[in-house]
Design a protein around this ligand. Structure first.
Ligand code: V47
Ligand code: SF4
Length: 370
């Protein structure tokens, strides 16, 4: 399949063989792929793996993000979104404001993605009520809400177990957890960047419990700050191990760090080659997670389109309004229409497939827009 001499010259012959034969890669293999100077060599391997799984399909969802508040008890140094209570730039949406956003001007949405900071005061009952009300406004939408970090925060604040929080959110209508809060699992990095936040073992444990409760989830990795390539690969290996046990992860999302306005201070943003290589290594390492997302908000639309040739098969969605990346300097637009996404996918040489949160094809959705 691959020109052996080319991969031999790059020191990747054995990895190319493993990929061709569908064999699992090791952490050392992943590190080697990151060290390879030829991104197209790594990309071609990832494209093979991606094409085996998804052919020419590239997925997207008609969705909307709702950030209910940016007030947060944590102070992650990579975050430009969070504020302390009383800060003039803090916000907290009322129930009416949340419902107005969920209503999307009368348009049906396939997915509603609800996340926020770890708010010091809002009780779990507030969130149970909000989810119930959103379901009244969008009865057919799939509600993907609250990261593992928020779930653990609710449990601590209420003095109940994570299992009880998950059960209550599930009965309120939460069907899936988004993948945020994973950052990079390295304890070294977390100590430096987010010491107050739920630790890596805690994140993995909440997600494991969610999967066991029948709530599936995504997983993210925040890269491009102080982590090493090996720490990225170890992050992927930890997810792969959990996935071997639960099978609950739907999609993996590498999040390119946006450095502006963050407490981390001035830092160069990720480069296109690093973004593409990270997507490619993700596809190759995560042989048991079906989907890799090119999140256009952080990558830009043009690079997300290119990433479809580097192992990604999903474009995320219409999003409508995004705060976490944009407050940190993301230069992408705020939302995309269905028509725009389909054009970008088609012009890239792929077949757009409108999907729901579990990647089941959606056809004739009333949410059609743009
Ligand atoms: O948890 C915070 C990250 C996450 C920055 O599950 C930053 O489908 C970049 O998780 N630069 C939220 N990233 C976003 C997220 C997500 C997005 C889209 C889809 C899904 C999904 C999940 O953003 C946070 C944190 O890890 N983040 N600050 C920053 N400056
Ligand atoms: Fe809070 Fe999340 Fe920002 Fe950390 S990344 S400060 S937990 S909102």
């Amino acid at each position: 399949m691959f020109e052996p001499r080319y991969y031999r010259n790059l020191g990747l012959e054995e990895i190319a063989r493993k990929v061709s034969e569908g064999e699992r890669l090791t952490i050392d293999d992943g590190e080697k792929l990151f060290a390879c100077p030829e991104v197209t060599a790594v990309g071609a391997l990832a494209h093979l793996a991606r094409t085996r799984l998804h052919g020419k399909s590239a997925y997207y969802v008609v969705n909307r993000h709702i950030n209910y508040s940016n007030i947060c008890v944590n102070g992650c140094r990579f975050c430009a979104f969070s504020r302390k209570k009383g800060d003039p730039l803090s916000f907290e949406l009322s129930e009416e404001q949340i419902l107005e956003k969920a209503g999307a001007g009368g348009r049906a949405l396939t997915e509603i993605h609800v996340v926020g900071g770890c708010h010091p005061d809002l009780p779990l009952s507030f969130f149970e009520n909000i989810i119930g009300r959103i379901r009244e406004v969008q009865p057919h939408a799939f509600i993907k809400a609250f990261t593992a970090v928020e779930v653990a925060h609710f449990a601590k604040k209420e003095g109940v177990s994570v299992g009880e929080v998950l059960a209550r959110l599930k009965s309120a209508g939460v069907r899936m957890l988004p993948g945020g809060g994973a950052e990079v699992f390295s304890d070294r990095v977390r100590k430096l960047l987010c010491p107050e936040k739920l630790d890596a073992a805690g994140w993995l444990d909440v997600v494991r419990q969610a999967h066991e409760t029948g709530i599936r989830s995504n997983a993210t990795m925040l890269y491009g700050h102080i982590e090493t390539p090996r720490e990225r690969v170890e992050h992927m290996a930890a997810l792969r191990e959990l996935q071997d046990g639960t099978g609950g992860f739907v999609c993996f999302i590498p999040l390119a760090f946006q450095p502006s306005n963050t407490p981390l201070g001035p830092m160069a943003p990720t480069t296109g080659v690093d973004d593409l290589k990270t997507i490619a290594v993700s596809r190759l390492m995560l042989d048991n997670i079906a989907h890799i997302k090119a999140y256009w908000v952080m990558l830009t639309v043009k690079l997300a389109q290119t990433a479809l040739y580097f192992g990604a098969d999903d474009f995320d969605g219409t999003v409508v309004e995004e705060k976490i990346g944009h407050m940190a300097g993301a230069r992408s637009q705020q939302g995309m229409t269905r028509g725009e996404i389909e054009r970008i996918i088609r012009e890239g040489g792929f077949e757009p497939v409108e999907r729901d949160s579990l990647f089941r094809p959606v056809s004739g959705n009333a949410a059609r827009q743009g």
